[in-house]
Design a protein around this ligand. Structure first.
Ligand SMILES: Cc1cc2nc3c(=O)[nH]c(=O)nc-3n(C[C@H](O)[C@H](O)[C@H](O)COP(=O)(O)OP(=O)(O)OC[C@H]3O[C@@H](n4cnc5c(N)ncnc54)[C@H](O)[C@@H]3O)c2cc1C
Length: 387
C-alpha cells in the first residue's frame, strides 16, 4: 500500500478488521439473498469510519480522496457491495460538506461525524440512464421551499440511508433558470418519497440499489446545496472526483481479491497423477505474473490520482478519469483470468471468485462508463470541452 499518514493507516486498519471479522462472515449470505450489508454498515458507523470525509470542524476525520480509496480498497477485499455502500455515503458527505450552510452542517454533517447518520447519492434516472448529469426530476419553487417530482434509479443503500443527495432540473418556464440543474439533500422520511421494486443484480447483489419515486415531495428551502443551477459544478468539482476515486478503490480491492483467489488456488492445488502444483506450470505462473503486474500498476495510478486530487493539482481530473477506467478494466480482466486459473471447481460452486467475477462486471456500466471516461480523457488532452 502506498504511503499513508499514521492517522489514515489506523482508519484503514480498523476498516480491514471489520472486513475480515464481520464482512467476510456475512458476504456469502448477503450475496445469495440480495441483502443490504447491515452488520458491516453498523460496525463502520460504530467505529466512526462513516465520518471519514466529514470535515474536522464538525468532528469528522477530514480525509480526502486518498482516504476514500484506501478504505474502499480494504472493504472490497471482502465485499465489493459493502465497499460500494460505504463509498456512496462518503461521496454524499463530500457533496454536502463542500458548500454546507450552518443549518446543513448541524442537520447532516454533525450526525455523520458521530456515526449516527448515513447518506447516499441519487443521480441516475430511468430517462437519462448513463447520461446521469441531465436529470429530469423537477425542482419547483413553492412559498416555503421546493416541490420535487421524479424517479431516481439504482440508488445504492436503497431505503437504508437517512438522507440522499439528489440532482434535479428547474421548472421555471421562461425564466433564466429553465433547464438548469441543481442539487438538494432529501431526508428519507419525507411524505411522497417511496421505494419501488427489489434489487436482484447479477453482481453487487448486497447494495440494495433500488428505485426511488418522488411525488410532490415538499422540501424546505434550506435543503438546496450551494445555489440553484450548481449541479454541473458539483458533478465536475466534487461528485466526479470523489465518486471516481471511491469506485477506483472499490474495483482495485475487487481485482486484488480475484488475484488472491488465483494465487491461493494455483499455489495449493496439486494434480494427483503428477503431484505437481498448478503454479509449477510456466503458463500458469506467467498468467499470475501478468495479473499481479496489472493490479499493481492500477494501484499506483489510483493512489497517484487520489493524491493529485487532494492536492488540487491542475492535471488531477485526467488522472482521476484514468484511474476509474483502469480500475474497471483491471477488475474485469483479472477476475476473468482468475476464473480461468481457478478452473471448473470455482465455476461450478458459485464460489467466492464467482461473486467477485459478477461484482467486477458492474464497473463498466456504473456511470461514467469506461467508454465515456476514455473519451473524456481524449477530449481533455485535446483541450476540448468534456461535454
Ligand atoms: C450496482 C450499481 C449501483 C449503482 N449505484 C448508483 C447510485 O448509488 N446512484 C446513482 O445515481 N446511480 C447508480 N447506478 C447507476 C449507474 O451509474 C448508471 O446510471 C446506470 O447503470 C445506467 O443504466 P442504464 O441501463 O439506464 O444505461 P443506458 O443509458 O441504457 O446505457 C446503456 C449502455 O450504453 C452505453 N452508453 C450510453 N450512453 C452512452 C454514451 N453517451 N457514450 C458511450 N456509451 C454510452 C454504455 O455502455 C451504457 O452502459 C448504479 C448502477 C449499478 C449497476
Amino acid at each position: 500500500m502506498p504511503n499513508l499518514s499514521p492517522k489514515l493507516r489506523t482508519l484503514v486498519g480498523a476498516a480491514r478488521d471489520i472486513a475480515t471479522t464481520i464482512t467476510a462472515r456475512t458476504a456469502v449470505q448477503d450475496d445469495r439473498d440480495a441483502r443490504w450489508p447491515e452488520e458491516t454498515m453498523r460496525a463502520l458507523r460504530e467505529a466512526r469510519l462513516t465520518a471519514l470525509n466529514a470535515p474536522i470542524e464538525v468532528g469528522g476525520h477530514g480525509e480526502g480522496m486518498v482516504g476514500i480509496v484506501a478504505v474502499t480498497e480494504a472493504l472490497a477485499d471482502e465485499s465489493a457491495s459493502a465497499a460500494l455502500c460505504f463509498a456512496m455515503h462518503c461521496v454524499g458527505t463530500a457533496v454536502i460538506a463542500v458548500r454546507a450552510t450552518n443549518a446543513q452542517r448541524e442537520r447532516y454533517l454533525v450526525p455523520i461525524a458521530s456515526g449516527e447518520h448515513l447518506t447516499s447519492l441519487a443521480l441516475s434516472e430511468p430517462g437519462s440512464g448513463a447520461i446521469f448529469f441531465y436529470p429530469e426530476t423537477t425542482l419547483e419553487p413553492t412559498a416555503t421551499g421546493f416541490r420535487l417530482d421524479g424517479t431516481k434509479s439504482f440508488v445504492t443503500n436503497g431505503s437504508h440511508a437517512d438522507s440522499y443527495v439528489i440532482s434535479t432540473a428547474a421548472v421555471e418556464v421562461g425564466d433564466e433558470l429553465e433547464g438548469v440543474f441543481s442539487c438538494v439533500v432529501v431526508d428519507n422520511d419525507l411524505p411522497g418519497l417511496e421505494w419501488t421494486g427489489q434489487w436482484q443484480g447479477l453482481g453487487m447483489r448486497s447494495n440494495d440499489s433500488r428505485t426511488m419515486r418522488l411525488s410532490g415531495v415538499e422540501l424546505p428551502a434550506d435543503r438546496l446545496l450551494g445555489a440553484r443551477g450548481d449541479q454541473l459544478w458539483y458533478i465536475f468539482e466534487v461528485i466526479a472526483p470523489y465518486f471516481l476515486m471511491a469506485m477506483a478503490g472499490t474495483y482495485l480491492g475487487t481485482a486484488q481479491a480475484a488475484l488472491d483467489e488465483a494465487r491461493l488456488h494455483v499455489g495449493t492445488r496439486r494434480h494427483g497423477h503428477s503431484g505437481e502444483l498448478l503454479g509449477q506450470s510456466s503458463v500458469v505462473s506467467h498468467r499470475l505474473g501478468e495479473m499481479w503486474t496489472r493490479v499493481e500498476a492500477t494501484r499506483q495510478l489510483i493512489y497517484a490520482a487520489a493524491a493529485k486530487g487532494d492536492a488540487r493539482a491542475p492535471d488531477a481530473l485526467t488522472s482521476i478519469l484514468g484511474a476509474k477506467s483502469m480500475a474497471a478494466d483491471t477488475a474485469v480482466t483479472v477476475a476473468n483470468e482468475a476464473m480461468t486459473l481457478c478452473g471448473g471447481s470455482a465455476y461450478r460452486d458459485n464460489s467466492r471468485l464467482a461473486r467477485i467475477f459478477r461484482d467486477a462486471r458492474a464497473s463498466h456500466v456504473m456511470g461514467p462508463t469506461t467508454d465515456m471516461l476514455k473519451t473524456w480523457i481524449g477530449r481533455a488532452l485535446l483541450n476540448l470541452p468534456l461535454l
